[in-house]
Design a protein around this ligand. Structure first.
Ligand SMILES: [Zn+2]
Length: 389
């Protein structure tokens, strides 16, 4: 099945008390790989599980359950590996009744891990690649609608053509009356398309709306849209109704990625401004871990190359204070697990709390956050404010 934001949220909420869960990410886009076929990578990844198995300390029955799942995974790739185009994400704990396989973008990469909950850092990292997008190509008498995300984008089977009266052969009508008549048709057409878009939105909400067509048509059309749709409108481009799906996809991508880049810029400004005034943001991994544990993160802004060691609890999931070497959780006394890089656990945890995640890949943006530890969080509520009587 195709990965969606909703699926990632569902995975984020899963937990198995008794049986360990295998999380496996595998790139399978063979056109980019000649000498290391994915079956070799799969074999190596499954070996990585051995290390995880030691770290989380399994009893005999749990260990046997993992062995069975590894066999099931091998068999699955033997029989179905060819059915995947870019990447696979697989979550398995047969004894806990869990077996899920997703098509994912190639950017997800390779990893195998074992825990009592799905390891979702890699999915969370690329979630913006599958933020749902809708593009509506509009003219005065026609419309085409496309849906998808940055990885997979297609025209949906909704194509609207309206009978707008022609410019000729309307004998007996005054010019003014005729022009008004056409305008009524155009308005009705815009309304109808707007209704279809809103229905699509209600069935399966999209994050971004892009509108394409002649500038003056786009402006009129967007003006008349439902406020929910206008909120999601991120830009337009000029195109003909006959444009190919590829052209529309490329232009849509351009608009959405430009918008996302501006957003990142805005978030860096905001987090630094608020942190410097010590008001509604904190910076640095240790402070960010604290506010994540307080469930007090509205938005997390992070250098996408940041890496630092840390620990989290295998029982309650809590991130441990940065620098702590304790093998017991400070919150519940459960066993903690050391990570060479705790950052993915930090953003996965923030994601579970519905925080907005902002990953910085641009060199200039990363450089601005670097003096502050490469990570910052915009808070939901103020902390350390003077107590009022
Ligand atoms: Zn704990």
């Amino acid at each position: 099945m195709e990965i969606t934001r909703r699926e990632v949220e569902g995975l984020g909420a899963l937990r198995s008390d008794e049986w360990p869960i295998i999380s496996l990410y595998l790139r399978v886009d063979k056109e980019h790989i000649t000498d290391d076929h994915y079956s070799i990578r799969l074999k190596n990844l499954l070996k990585e599980l051995e290390r995880a198995r030691e770290q989380i300390g399994l009893n005999r029955a749990q260990s046997q359950a993992v062995d069975e799942d590894v066999e099931r995974i091998r068999a699955f790739f033997r029989d179905h590996g060819d059915e995947f185009g870019q990447g696979v994400a697989l979550f398995a704990s047969s004894r806990a009744g869990l077996w899920r396989v997703y098509h994912v973008p190639r950017e997800v990469g390779n990893e195998a891990d074992l825990d009592f909950r799905p390891v979702i850092g890699r999915l969370v990292r690329v979630v913006e690649l599958f933020e749902p997008i809708c593009t509506c190509v509009i003219s005065r008498d026609r419309a085409r609608i496309f849906r998808g995300h940055l990885v997979n984008f297609q025209e949906v089977a909704v194509r609207l053509d309206e009978e707008v009266p022609g410019q000729h052969g309307q004998g007996g009508w005054s010019q003014a009356r005729f022009a008004r008549h056409i305008e009524d048709h155009v308005r009705q057409h815009f309304q109808r398309v707007g209704q279809v878009l809103f229905q699509l939105f209600e069935q399966d909400p999209f994050r971004f709306l892009v509108v394409a067509g002649p500038d003056e048509v786009v402006a009129d059309f967007v003006d008349g849209l439902h406020p929910y749709l206008r909120e999601r409108y991120v830009g337009s481009f000029n195109c003909l109704m006959e444009a190919t799906a590829k052209e529309i996809r490329e232009e849509t991508k351009r608009i959405v990625t430009a918008w996302q880049e501006q957003e990142r810029q805005r978030y860096v400004d905001l987090v630094l401004e608020e942190a410097l005034s010590q008001d509604m943001a904190v910076v640095g991994l240790d402070r960010v871990v604290e506010v994540v544990q307080m469930q007090n993160v509205n938005s997390l802004v992070v250098d996408d190359q940041l890496s630092a060691p840390g620990r989290y609890c295998l029982r309650c999931g809590a991130l441990q204070p940065i620098g702590s070497e304790a093998s017991e959780c400070v919150f519940c006394g459960g066993l903690t697990r050391m990570r060479e890089n705790i950052v993915p656990e930090v953003y996965a945890e923030a994601y579970r709390q519905n925080a907005n995640l902002v990953f910085l890949s641009e060199r200039d943006l990363r450089a601005r956050l670097e003096p502050f530890g490469g990570i910052g969080a915009i808070l939901r509520y103020r902390i350390g404010a003077p107590a009022t009587s």
